[in-house]
Design a protein around this ligand. Sequence first.
Ligand code: ADP
Ligand code: MG
Length: 260
Amino acid sequence: MLGSPDAPDASHVPNGIGPTGGPLRPCVELTGVERHYRLGDEVVRALDGVDLSVRYGEHVAVVGISGSGKSTLLQILGCIESPTAGRYRLDGADVGELSESRLAEVRNRRIGFVFQSFHLLPRATATRNVELPLVYAGVAPRERRARALEALSEVGLSDRARHHPEQLSGGQRQRVAIARALVTDPALLLADEPTGNLDARTGAEVLDLFDSLRSPERALIMVTHDSALARRAQRLVALRGGRVAYDGDPAGCPEDLLHA
Ligand code: ADP
Ligand code: MG
């Protein structure tokens, strides 16, 4: 069950409070989440008790120095890793209780991932790249072609549908990757350093695009190490040593937490 049809429009309201004053439904809820890695005799606590709730319609930026647990957090949110302890609810369902096949379905249909290095297939056109998640989901060719073109149009790339990645600029490649993440109409969009390979101006344009894609049916959680980009987020979460050290308005975040 994705966002309910009568969910209030969150596109211009901070912190997921709807225009009627009612809060939007939680999309993700992490409670006491830990993720430990064993490294020889040592146990690394990549996440060390994370509580985090993000509602539909929210856009959250995650910051923290290298090794603070940002990628681990995204991997747990993306159902790629599972917590060592604690609970993860996605759209109200306890992810820890899902079967392996249901989990694969959730990863494919409910979650869209955008990576720093785009991860596009070089020999495939933009349309084909965007179609791929629908191929895995078993959607018929005609429908997936139509939906891929629609997603490309959403990111402003209708006129590049037949181009291959090498024929596109970095910013355009990332737009294709965003279209691919959106094509399944996911509840949760995750982005790990999506502007990391782009120059400042193109990076800002990609963030403008994310802003324009805000929807009460979706939440966006984005890792960034660019403090200027983090400052423009609606809500900022800073990690330190696998814990949430700050969660709130970017304006109130201590400087030392913002810088890598
Ligand atoms: P960030 O993305 O903020 O740089 P990560 O989530 O990648 O941080 O890593 C957090 C901590 O967990 C680091 O100390 C890292 O070395 C450790 N870590 C991450 N993944 C693994 C792994 N697969 N095996 C062992 N240690 C890991
Ligand atoms: Mg990382």
